[in-house]
Design a protein around this ligand. Structure first.
Ligand SMILES: [Zn+2]
Ligand SMILES: [Zn+2]
Ligand SMILES: [Zn+2]
Length: 436
């Protein structure tokens, strides 16, 4: 049931955006918080780690989901969700039993298998492809380097290994194109605290180009993507979303865009670089650090971030926390606490504390993060909303109700624009406010 008026498809059009290829353009005015359009997932796959807490079919989060009787690894709201998901789940159900512990295809492989199955069972245009079809996805095939081609070949091998029993595959060249398309056009679905829930294909949403000062935000209601204005949009204006985390300075953002999406951004933020100085804030000392010392520290910070990303897969929580603390100590000699590299490591430390259920530790980091976060990110940001939300829930858990109420209300204020006033996440937070 949608209480919001259905989005008017007449208000938007696909067009050729100068220098950007295809894009989406507004034909009328949209106010902040207004829903531009929504898009059901063409196909979606729940992360393995979320099984049991979310429905494998509709992604609803609830208790008491029922198990698939065959594999006992997929969970559903009810028989309807199970039935609807069966054409996709059957690709994995018996294979998971057969492979047991050795069943470990990546989420990209799982999603791609579902695309292939969907293309077979549903060759005609779907509801998710009103403006852009999956077949039309950009692959940037000519720009793939050997490393990327090798990763795709590994994915193709895994696809054959884990899915061949139930599927026939197109030839290798076609699979390379498909994986390249998924890599550039796939979406990850996150919950209100930005925890990863799964991956999905939303063709119409993929039509939007990127900007570091986006005028819309994409949120999810189960497996439905919703696109809302976070700035006023005038008729004729292009609709931009952000493909990346906007915390980082211009150079880092463009490195990321180039590596994952094969373009560099020419938005206002990237041209003026006006937030970079604040984002790379240097400590005010009697003797300011030399330009070289700053450059060295930035290089160190980037290495630590990359090293930590890898270490997460094999180090213990206390080892990870130590990496955070050591790097914060070292960077703190040159960087201000509001520097984004400091914030990145504090955020990681907070994540480890949450994992270890060290609520006081998590709260301490979160309280240092939230103010600079609000400065660095755009006015309506899911990163800022989720940080307020985590802080609010931590305060509530630690019986500091006044601080908890304040933080949760800050989260709601952003989410009412980004998620829409009637989103289930907002109802849940409001309930938390009443219950305490
Ligand atoms: Zn369901
Ligand atoms: Zn099953
Ligand atoms: Zn930009």
């Amino acid at each position: 049931m949608r209480s919001e008026a259905a989005p008017q498809p007449g208000g938007l059009e696909r067009f050729a955006s100068p220098g950007k290829g295809r894009g989406l353009r507004a034909l009328r005015r949209y106010a902040v918080g207004e829903l531009l359009f929504d898009c059901p997932a063409y196909t979606a796959v729940l992360a393995v780690g979320e099984r049991g807490s979310h429905c494998d079919g509709c992604f609803a989060r609830k208790e008491g989901l029922s198990k698939c009787g065959r594999c006992k690894q997929a969970f559903y709201c009810n028989v309807e969700c199970q039935k609807e998901d069966w054409p996709m789940h059957k690709l994995e159900c018996s294979a998971m039993c057969a492979f047991g512990q050795n069943w470990n295809p990546s989420e990209t492989v799982r999603l791609t298998a579902r695309i292939l199955a969907k293309q077979k069972t549903h060759p005609e245009k779907t509801q998710s492809e009103e403006l852009l079809a999956v077949k039309e996805f950009e692959s940037h095939l000519d720009k793939l380097d050997n490393e990327k081609r090798e990763l795709i070949q590994n994915d193709i091998a895994a696809l054959h290994h884990f899915y061949s029993k139930h599927m026939e595959f197109p030839d290798n060249a076609a699979l390379v194109v498909l994986f390249a398309q998924v890599n550039c056009n796939g979406f990850t679905i996150e919950d209100e605290e930005l925890s990863h829930l799964g991956s999905a294909i939303f063709p119409d949403v993929a039509l939007m180009n990127h900007s570091c000062c986006p005028n819309v935000i994409v949120t999810y209601k189960g497996t439905l993507a919703e696109v809302r204005a976070v700035r006023e949009i005038e008729p004729g204006e292009e609709v931009f979303t952000s493909y990346i985390d906007l915390l980082y300075p211009t150079e880092d953002r463009n490195e990321r865009l180039k590596d994952s999406y094969f373009f560099s951004c020419d938005c206002r933020e990237c041209t003026t670089k006006e937030k970079d100085e604040e984002k790379l804030k240097i400590r005010k000392l009697n003797e300011p650090p030399s330009a070289e010392a700053v450059r060295d520290m930035i290089r160190y910070a980037r290495n630590v971030i990359e090293g930590f990303r890898r270490a997460k897969h094999y180090k213990s929580p206390s080892e990870l926390l130590e990496i955070c603390e050591l790097s914060l100590d070292k960077m703190g000699a040159v960087f201000e606490d509001s520097n984004v590299y400091m914030l990145h490591m504090m955020y990681q430390a907070m994540g480890v504390c949450l994992y270890m259920q060290d609520w006081e530790g998590a709260l301490r980091y979160g309280q240092k993060i939230i103010r600079p976060y609000s400065q660095h990110y755009p006015a309506y940001s899911l990163n800022v909303a989720s940080m307020w939300l985590k802080l609010g829930r931590l305060h509530m858990a630690l019986e500091n109700r006044p601080a908890g109420v304040k933080a949760l209300k800050r989260a709601i204020a952003i989410m009412e624009v980004a998620h829409g006033k009637d989103h289930p996440y907002i109802s849940e937070i409001k309930k938390e406010l009443e219950d305490h």
